[in-house]
Ligand binder design. Sequence first.
Ligand code: MN
Length: 232
Amino acid sequence: MTEPRTVVQQLVTANLILANEGVLDAFGHVSVRDPDQPNQFLLSTSKAPELVVAQDIISYGLDSEPVAPPTAALYAERYIHGEIYRARPDVLAICHHHSPAVLPFCVAGKPLVPVYQHGAMMGAHVPLWDSRDDFGDTNLLVVNSEQGASLARSLGDAKMVLMRHHGATVVGADLQELVFRAVTACKNAEFLYRALALGAVEGLTAGEVEKAARVPPMAMARAWQLWAGRVA
Ligand code: MN
């Protein structure tokens, strides 16, 4: 058997890290744009991220359908990935999750604003997608290209979008940046939730967000090394 490609191994590690750090649980998923085929992306078949191995990773087109006939069930919400890759050429990695850290903000509709250094990675404004705007009452899942495209429009040029009563979708310029942003955004949500219990909260200023968001790749590599070590 041939060795899995490096990008596949990195995607497996991203699955394990995001599960271990409390971003993903039985549900949610993480993908990466294929570096050799920009109109395709790599994503596991339907499996809890903590259990994903290289053999589960398959290629999808931007229509979010598998390139080769699948031999396993697929994630129902894979359309999130294809439609964001289609709308955002700058996005090379995507995570969709339902972390308990962000769900209170999705339910209450309160703004998720950066309140600490690495929270700035989310960007100053995290939009909230309301599926009712385009589709009325649904089962809350993103199960076709039209719904994925609606979510991508709500994301706009942001780094993360909250999904009303559902979860969040985070994007990155590579897997390392994506994982860093997904984990630190959940930490920021926890800090903000706790701080609000203490009283009114003032977020970072626009200038602070702009400066603090420029996290050096070396710092993100340091975090990846720690988190990958925990799942090795
Ligand atoms: Mn979901």
